[in-house]
Design a protein around this ligand. Structure first.
Ligand code: T5A
Length: 207
C-alpha cells in the first residue's frame, strides 16, 4: 500500500532536474523525512543496461516503437523494485523523469501514436502526487548539457525535435494540476529549489 510521497521532476536536457533533486533531498532529509532519489531510465540494474543502450549515440532501432517498449520495461522494473517499496516504507521518492517524459519524447518528439503510448504508460499503474516541470528553452538546455562533453542519442536530435518535446511538456502542464512549472532559465538554482520546496511544503501540510 502507498504511504509515502511520489514526486517527479521533468524537463528538457540540462533543465536543472538533477541539481534541484539533490538540493530538495538534502533539505527534506534535514527536516527528518526519509528520501529516496531515483531516475528513469536506469533506476535498477537492468534499467541501467537499458539506459546505456538507449542513450548510446551509436544505438540504432529499426522500429521506433521499440524505444517506447524499452522505456516501459525500464519503468515496470523500477516501479516494482524501487518506487513502490520506498513508498510503502513511507519515503519521499524524488524521481528524475517518469511517464511525462514518455508523453513528451515519444509522442511529442517522435510522433508515436498517443493511444499506443497511453497503453505503455497505463502499464505503470502509478501517477505522481506532484510533478515539477523544470522548464528551459532547448537552446539553453542543450548549451548546458553540451558543457559536460559528448551528446547522447537524444541530445543529438535536431532542434525541431527538442521544440516539439518542450511544447508537449507545456501542454501536459496545462492540463494536469499536479504539474508545477519552474522557469529554470529565469530563476537560478537556489530560487528554483525554493519554489519546489514551497509547493512540497504546502502539499505535505495539506495531506
Ligand atoms: N527519455 C526518458 C525518453 O525519451 N522517454 C522516457 O520515457 C524517459 C524516461 C534521459 C533521456 O531519455 C529520454 C529523455 C532524455 O533525453 P538523462 O540523462 O536521464 O537522459 O536526462 P537529462 O535531462 O539529459 O539529464 P541532464 O543531466 O542533462 O539534465 P538535468 O538533470 O535536468 O540538468 P542538471 O541539473 O544536470 O543541470 C545541467 C547544468 O545546468 C546547471 C547545472 O549547474 C548544470 O551545469 N543548472 C542551472 N543553470 C542556471 N540556472 C538554473 N536554474 C540551473 N539549474 C541547473
Amino acid at each position: 500500500m502507498k504511504k509515502g510521497l511520489f514526486v517527479t521532476f521533468e524537463g528538457m536536457e540540462g533543465s536543472g532536474k538533477t541539481t534541484a533533486i539533490q538540493a530538495v533531498a538534502a533539505f527534506l532529509t534535514e527536516q527528518g523525512h526519509r528520501v529516496c532519489i531515483t531516475r528513469e531510465p536506469g533506476g535498477t540494474p537492468i534499467g541501467q543496461e537499458i539506459r546505456n543502450w538507449l542513450l548510446n549515440p551509436d544505438s540504432v532501432l529499426q522500429d521506433v516503437r521499440s524505444e517506447l517498449l524499452l522505456f516501459a520495461a525500464d519503468r515496470l522494473e523500477h516501479i516494482a523494485g524501487v518506487i513502490r517499496p520506498a513508498l510503502s516504507r513511507g519515503e519521499v521518492v524524488l524521481c528524475d523523469r517518469f511517464t511525462d517524459s514518455t508523453l513528451a519524447y515519444q509522442v511529442g518528439g517522435r510522433g508515436l501514436d498517443s493511444d499506443l503510448v497511453a497503453y505503455g504508460i497505463g502499464l505503470a499503474g502509478l501517477v505522481p502526487d506532484l510533478t515539477f516541470l523544470m522548464d528551459v528553452s532547448p537552446e539553453e538546455g542543450l548549451r548546458r548539457a553540451g558543457k559536460r562533453g559528448a551528446l547522447d542519442r537524444f541530445e543529438k536530435e535536431d532542434m525541431t525535435f527538442h521544440h516539439r518535446v518542450r511544447d508537449a511538456y507545456l501542454a501536459i502542464a496545462k492540463r494536469e494540476s499536479r504539474v508545477h512549472v519552474v522557469d529554470t532559465e529565469r530563476l537560478g538554482p537556489v530560487d528554483c529549489v525554493e519554489r519546489v520546496l514551497g509547493v512540497v511544503d504546502s502539499f505535505l501540510s495539506a495531506s
